[in-house]
Design a protein around this ligand. Structure first.
Ligand SMILES: NC(=O)c1ccc[n+]([C@@H]2O[C@H](COP(=O)([O-])OP(=O)(O)OC[C@H]3O[C@@H](n4cnc5c(N)ncnc54)[C@H](O)[C@@H]3O)[C@@H](O)[C@H]2O)c1
Ligand SMILES: O=C(O)C[C@H](O)C(=O)O
Length: 329
């Protein structure tokens, strides 16, 4: 039976993450090797020509699953019938820019995109916001889409999740595939909290295997939380291939489910679990099944973790209040 193609909209398609992302979507890594896709690429007018060049390269790959590419600078066209939306394009912080300016500039992008999703997307739309500040950009888009169920708006902390697994594997000599149940809590920012207290390494509790709170506090947590800045310092540009890979992982897991006995980290609208104020988009441990996710409940949060979760959540509350003050939500 021929399947109807899934419409995948990617914003910022001509940027560096877009370049690393589109070929993997078209080759079946986002949704599965048997799922045809149609790509909708949204760019600003100055980015359209480069997006056309990328589309030529996509054509030249002759991907059997790729059933069409549309390129536009109009969000209403880009999100028309969209089933999956990857919001990558954002306004980066430039020299001398205050946080309020950054939030305001991104509000100018994510508010209209949220409205365009509200007005045009398919009923089963799932949104992943990658563009920074990802959690609060997701909140802005979600607030502009009152007809879309809130839980369809998510922000990416999967890159942080993957980074934490990699650091933990390096420390313990374990294979990355032996590590499960790691959690990123809070914001995709330097305040995020990578939590290994519930993680397991080949079935053993990770914190007990590590048994080194100084390493945890002074090496692991800051290395994961500041990895984005370290990549910028080393590469002269922010992470691109690893960010695209994490976006693929995020959506693939959301659509196809978490492995039995494991969970992942997603920035999602809080339902008040673990004392995180309802509505803000914060990272939680989640399991996914049947195209939906659920927060893992009942975890014991120790004092070490509580203080760090609270600090990151506080930053999100301040960002929410700032965008509220700017009339963006
Ligand atoms: N959440 C994460 O883990 C994570 C990781 C890495 C990067 N990021 C963020 O992802 C974003 C994109 O990174 P990049 O390296 O691809 O940046 P980039 O500058 O290479 O590309 C961004 C693209 O977005 C386009 N764009 C800008 N405004 C747009 C709009 N209104 N509509 C459509 N397109 C628009 C630009 O023309 C550009 O082509 C940045 O905000 C970056 O900080 C997030
Ligand atoms: O773009 C950035 O500021 C860094 C990025 O969010 C990352 O974590 O690599």
């Amino acid at each position: 039976m021929t399947r109807t193609p899934v419409n995948v909209t990617v914003t910022g398609a001509a940027g560096q993450i877009g370049y690393a992302l589109l070929f993997r979507i078209a080759s079946g890594h986002l949704l599965g090797a048997d799922v045809p896709v149609k790509l909708r690429l949204l760019e600003i007018p100055q980015g359209i020509k480069a997006a056309e060049g990328t589309a030529m390269e996509l054509d030249d790959c002759a991907f059997p699953l790729l059933k069409g590419i549309d390129i536009t600078d109009d969000p209403n066209v880009a999100f028309d019938g969209a089933n999956i939306a990857l919001l990558v394009g954002a306004r980066p912080r430039t020299k001398g820019m205050e946080r309020g300016d950054l939030l305001s500039a991104n509000g100018g992008i994510f508010k209209p995109q949220g409205k365009a999703i509200n007005d045009n997307a398919a009923d089963d739309i799932k949104v992943l916001v990658v563009g920074n500040p990802a959690n609060t950009n997701a909140l802005i888009a979600q607030a502009a889409a009152p007809d879309v169920p809130v839980e369809r708006f998510t922000a990416m902390t999967r890159l942080d999740h993957n980074r934490a697994i990699s650091q933990l594997a390096a420390k313990t000599g374990a294979d990355v595939s032996d590590i499960r149940r790691l959690t990123i809590w809070g914001n995709h920012s330097a305040t995020q909290y990578p939590d290994i207290f519930h993680a397991t390494i080949a079935g053993k509790n990770a914190a007990e295997v590590v048994s080194d709170e100084k390493w945890l506090a002074d090496a692991f947590i800051p290395t994961v939380a500041k990895r984005g800045a370290a990549i910028i310092e080393a590469r002269g540009a922010s992470s691109a291939a690893s960010a695209a890979n994490a976006a693929i992982d995020h959506v693939h897991t959301w659509v196809n489910g978490t492995a039995e006995g494991d969970w992942t980290s997603m920035g999602i609208p809080s339902d008040g679990s673990y004392g995180v104020p309802e509505g803000i988009i914060s990272s939680f441990p989640v399991t996914c099944a049947g195209g939906s996710y659920e927060i893992v409940q009942g975890l014991d949060v120790n004092e070490f973790s509580r203080a760090r979760i609270d600090a990151s959540v506080q930053e999100l509350v301040e960002e929410r209040d700032a965008v509220r003050g700017l009339g963006l939500i």
